[in-house]
Design a protein around this ligand. Structure first.
Ligand SMILES: C=Cc1c2[nH]c(c1C)Cc1[nH]c(c(CCC(=O)O)c1C)Cc1[nH]c(c(C)c1CCC(=O)O)Cc1[nH]c(c(C)c1C=C)C2
Length: 385
């Protein structure tokens, strides 16, 4: 059981389908959904349905057939029995999938959120220096003290009933947490690996791109490095979201780096741009110079859902148990996507509300980042897909 719990996506698919499937199907999928690689990520987190089938039936084929038959039987009988955790995963109804964005890009979301907050509730360009909890007295009233400095100026202190933390965990270690005046060590929380990523956005004249840009984009298997392809993949951004390019132009978003090439992710602009343009020429037939190029480097773009992810989750639960009123949410709890991150935040907000219910508590501090440095401007918020 321990082996299955810590099994990687690569091991799992190699065992069931062989290494070629891993190299040419699973590897690009993992790169395109996390910037990681099949041998470093947990099967349990990445493919929970397949994990549950193997756990329940010992075989994907037998499990697939039996769970299919069971589903048929259940729907025939109108059965609404309480299901075990593993069979719940198998019977969960398909949710609609796909990418989404907003008119004006993803920044529209934080803009819209900031618009709804008054000035006093939103502290930007601030560094949190310490988080201190005082469990004596009424445990649910004002027992969190946040010390922070705004734009490097003098320290300020504020008191809250609850704190939702969404920073990467290494930020939290830097901040330092205290419980009843004594430092509370977070050393029991396993280290989280973050993938670095360079994102290169290029615009071309439509007439300079030979290939038809059908679908989401293109993903590159790691094995293709031997043939001189060094990007992870490219999204056809203006095919997915037409408002991203003016008429007569197309826009690509190319990803470089991740666990596949950490050093390349942080290479200088000219080098990363050349890698992106070389692949674009060969993959989509982009000719001539691009109309525009933009490069963004994210030192810690995505947290990796490593093999020990379950131990990581247990340690978060221990921390929240030890420090009542502190909740952890974000893209390393329950999924990387924007939708799952929003769901994680909503869940934490719900937990705070139920904790405060009946206590008269009201004050809530959400620490979205230790390094927020731009004041978002309000913008229209419309879903495009
Ligand atoms: C090539 C690199 C990357 C591309 N997108 C991302 C990277 C690292 C980032 C990313 N894409 C998705 C997620 C959310 C994953 C999740 O937890 O749900 C993240 C962090 C979504 C996604 N991207 C692709 C698929 C199939 C999905 C899942 C969609 C769904 O759940 O329905 C494929 C894909 N990603 C990229 C390309 C070029 C591509 C396919 C052509 C770029």
């Amino acid at each position: 059981m321990g082996f299955v719990m810590r099994c990687s996506v690569g091991d799992f698919f190699t065992r069931h389908f062989g290494r070629e499937v891993v190299d040419y199907l699973v590897d690009p999928f993992i790169a395109g959904t996390s910037g990681s690689d099949p041998d470093s990520v947990s099967i349990r987190q990445s493919f929970p349905d397949l994990f549950a089938i193997e756990e329940s039936y010992g075989s994907l084929l037998v499990g697939g057939v039996k769970s299919g038959l069971k589903k048929k039987r259940d729907s025939k009988n109108g059965s609404s029995k309480v299901l075990s955790d593993s069979t719940k995963a198998l019977s969960t109804q398909k949710r609609p999938r796909g990418s989404f964005s907003f008119v004006g890009g993803m920044q529209t979301l934080p803009h819209a959120l900031s618009e709804r907050l008054d000035e006093e509730s939103l502290e930007l360009k601030s560094s949190v220096l310490s988080l201190a909890s005082n469990q004596q007295g009424n445990p649910l009233r004002n027992n969190w003290t946040i010390t922070y400095s705004k734009e490097g100026s003098q320290q300020e202190e504020k008191h809250f009933d609850a704190v939702i933390l969404t920073t990467p965990l290494h930020n939290m270690r830097e901040i330092g947490v205290k419980k009843d005046g004594i430092p509370y060590s977070l050393d029991f929380i396993p280290e989280v690996v973050y993938q670095p990523m360079s994102v290169v956005i290029t615009a071309f004249k439509e007439s300079d791109v030979k290939n038809a840009l059908k679908g989401f984009g293109v993903l590159v298997p790691r094995k293709e490095q031997k043939n001189g392809f060094f990007t992870l993949g490219t999204l056809f951004s203006s095919s997915m979201f037409p408002d991203r390019a003016p008429p007569g132009q197309v826009v690509f978003t190319t990803f470089v780096g991740g666990s596949r090439s950490r050093a390349l992710a942080s290479a200088p602009f000219d080098e990363v741009k050349e890698v992106a343009l070389t692949d674009l020429r060969r993959l989509v037939g982009a000719q001539g110079p691009p109309v525009a190029v933009k490069h963004i480097y994210w030192e810690q773009a995505f947290p990796q859902y490593s093999l020990g992810y379950n131990e990581f989750l247990s340690s978060l639960e221990k921390m929240e148990g030890d420090l009542p009123g502190l909740f952890y949410a974000g893209n390393h709890r329950g999924g990387l996507s924007v939708g799952k991150s929003i769901a994680s935040g909503c869940k934490a907000a719900g937990q705070v509300l139920s904790m405060l219910e009946g206590t008269g508590g009201r004050k809530l501090f959400t620490m979205a980042s230790n390094n927020v440095d731009t004041l978002p401007k309000p913008a229209e918020c419309k879903s495009t897909t």
